[in-house]
Design a binder for this molecule. Structure first.
Ligand SMILES: Cc1cc2nc3c(=O)[nH]c(=O)nc-3n(C[C@H](O)[C@H](O)[C@H](O)COP(=O)(O)OP(=O)(O)OC[C@H]3O[C@@H](n4cnc5c(N)ncnc54)[C@H](O)[C@@H]3O)c2cc1C
Length: 558
């Protein structure tokens, strides 16, 4: 085992239609069985190098300042070239419902001790954060007719560019309802028992997912807050109430919920709760997510102070890649702020640290014109391929898309359209008619023109029209973006290149900032603590001023 991930959950594999048994052998069941056996084989193939052990890791094994493995609660020792800690909200975790508090990392799951204390002794800064969740509702007791139905998106988008047909069957709707003054009155009565407002909870919570009690106090003037009632899955009667996280006592939560329209008779499966847990300031990490104090030890996920599934997943991926590269003695895999949201996330964490749970918002990225959903393949596929994470067929799909996009743009730049061919459509689209032949590209650039429809209406793009609808849409979308926004894209690329040059100015690892007395005291303290790898990184640290950077540049002989 080269990298070891401390995750107690094993791979869950859902047996399709198993309960029906051979007596129910229907075409659907047969199809499910075939799918099951194909998927099962795929799982076996894809996980053949994965060894799973379910137990609590209580200590990391060290030799000098390098990690060598982990030890579990039963004393089993696992030796590894690298270790990734992904303890989530479980380290010294406490769950609060009113003044009742119990040790636990999530409803029904125990807290984990040991590791935080050991790392603290090694010099790691360990702090506390808080998060929370809402009650889970019994769907049978909800009056959905009194709420507004929210159907799923009709226009499904896939994460994959590999032509995956992934139409989800039997989609279940969500429902919207609202709190009201009666609900707020019930909640206010419970505030004196709130662990949040009586100082029992010390950790800071996520600004963007406040509890309902937080909302009624912070936004006193609001008479109602929107709530989403969401099914927890396709085969369950359990519902999640989004927007009603709470750590108020159970009775208060229930009384308040029953004042919500549609929830007058609601029964709950479990109350909402808040949870406090240890996290490690992420400024203690390199951009590879390796810790600066212990070599080959990586941290990923909520223990780095983030909140949310996507943030955790992104870090897990990057820590995994980097742990393997480190073991293979290869360079780290770091994505730039202009290359991906993962790059922004990790750079923010390790450069600035956090003082409240960090959520990734598009607004945190400065190069939003470059970081688009439609060009994720363009930005990342080749990088993935180089480190062995993407197959050749993915590259081929990308190359074909690139080639077809260029071909389409070139064709539109050459093709002339006469007034009699196009004026009818221009009139319908509400844009000016032409009185002499013009290049198709100039018509395509007009904002009133629906690009796909335009393509379908002109002759010469038969090759494109022969492709599947999805593929044609992808290529047309790329061409459209390039035709309409190329100027903006290039301008942003230039700014990113300029900043990147600063990233290339490396700062020696053994630099003694204490000797650089011309740098401000705050600047010296922050640089000493964070030890940035390069000038670009140093410039983004809060408290390091432009004049501190000039001094640093002079010191580096620039
Ligand atoms: C109550 C609650 C509600 C949330 N709601 C949302 C939401 O609506 N949307 C959203 O995006 N995010 C939500 N989150 C956050 C999201 O669940 C987490 O950010 C994300 O799951 C963190 O992933 P992770 O891998 O860091 O940790 P986790 O998913 O918490 O996984 C940690 C795993 O490590 C195991 N573990 C811990 N310590 C040890 C040890 N010592 N030895 C062995 N195994 C160990 C645990 O058993 C667990 O399986 C919620 C979190 C909580 C607690």
């Amino acid at each position: 085992m080269s990298a070891l991930i401390t995750d107690r959950t094993s791979i869950q594999f859902r047996m399709l239609n198993r309960s029906k048994g051979p007596a129910m052998w229907s075409p659907r069941a047969q199809c499910d069985r075939q799918r099951f056996s194909i998927e099962w084989r795929k799982v076996i193939e894809q996980t053949k190098n994965l060894y799973i052990w379910q137990e609590e890791a209580v200590r990391i094994i060290l030799k000098n300042d390098e990690v060598k493995g982990v030890e579990t609660s039963f004393g089993t020792r696992f030796l590894a070239g690298a270790v990734i800690l992904t303890n989530g909200t479980f380290l010294n975790a406490l769950m609060h419902v009113g003044f009742k508090k119990i040790s636990g990392g999530r409803a029904g799951e125990k807290s984990s001790g040991g590791i935080s204390d050991q790392l603290r002794e090694l010099g790691f800064v360990v702090e506390r954060l808080k998060t929370g969740t809402s009650a889970r509702l019994d769907g049978r007791s909800i009056d959905f007719a009194a709420m507004t139905e929210q159907k799923s998106d009709e226009d499904e988008k896939c994460f994959s560019y590999m032509n995956v047909q992934n139409t989800i069957q039997d989609r279940r709707s969500c429902y919207i309802t609202h709190t009201n003054e009666e609900v707020h009155k019930e909640l206010k009565k419970g505030l004196k028992y709130s662990p949040l407002f009586t100082g029992k909870i010390k950790g800071r919570g996520p600004r963007y997912c406040p509890s309902i009690e937080d909302k009624i106090v912070t936004f006193k003037e609001k008479l109602a807050h929107q709530l989403f009632i969401e099914p927890e899955g396709r085969d369950t009667i359990e519902y999640y109430i989004n927007g009603f996280a709470s750590s108020l006592p159970l009775e208060v939560q229930l009384k308040a919920l029953r004042k919500v329209r549609g929830l007058e008779k609601v029964e709950i499966f479990r109350p909402g709760y808040a949870i406090e847990y240890d996290f490690f300031q992420p400024t203690q990490l390199k951009h590879t997510l390796e810790t600066k104090i212990v070599r080959n030890l990586y941290f990923a996920g909520q223990i780095n102070g983030t909140t949310g599934y996507e943030e955790a997943g992104a870090q897990g991926l990057m820590a995994g890649i980097n742990a393997v590269l480190k073991i293979r003695k290869q360079n780290g895999f770091i994505l730039g702020r202009d290359e991906s949201y993962i790059g922004v996330l990790i750079d923010d964490l390790v450069t600035k640290g956090i003082d409240e749970p960090y959520r990734m918002f598009t607004a945190r990225a400065e190069y939003r014109i470059l970081l688009r959903q439609d060009n994720a393949d363009e930005r990342l596929t080749e990088k993935g391929y180089k480190i062995g994470l993407a197959e050749k067929d993915r590259i081929n799909v990308l190359l074909e898309k690139r080639e077809m996009t260029t071909e389409l743009i070139n064709f539109l730049a050459k093709k002339s359209l006469k007034p009699e061919e196009i004026n009818n459509d221009l009139r319908k689209a509400g844009t000016a008619e032409i009185n002499q032949a013009v290049k198709a590209i100039s018509i395509a650039a007009r904002p009133q023109i629906e690009f796909m429809e335009f393509l379908k209406s002109i002759k010469g793009v038969e090759k494109l029209k022969m492709m599947s609808d999805d593929r044609m849409r992808e290529i047309a979308e790329q061409a459209e973006i390039k035709i309409r926004y190329e100027g903006y894209i290039q301008r942003e690329k230039m700014v990113a290149e300029k900043i990147k040059r600063l990233e290339e100015l490396k700062i020696p690892e053994d630099i003694n900032y204490g000797e650089l007395l011309s740098i401000s005291t705050e600047g010296r303290q922050k640089l000493t603590k964070i030890r940035p790898a390069n000038i670009g990184h140093a410039g983004r640290i809060s408290g390091v001023s432009p004049s501190d950077i000039s001094i640093l540049l002079m010191y580096l002989g620039r």
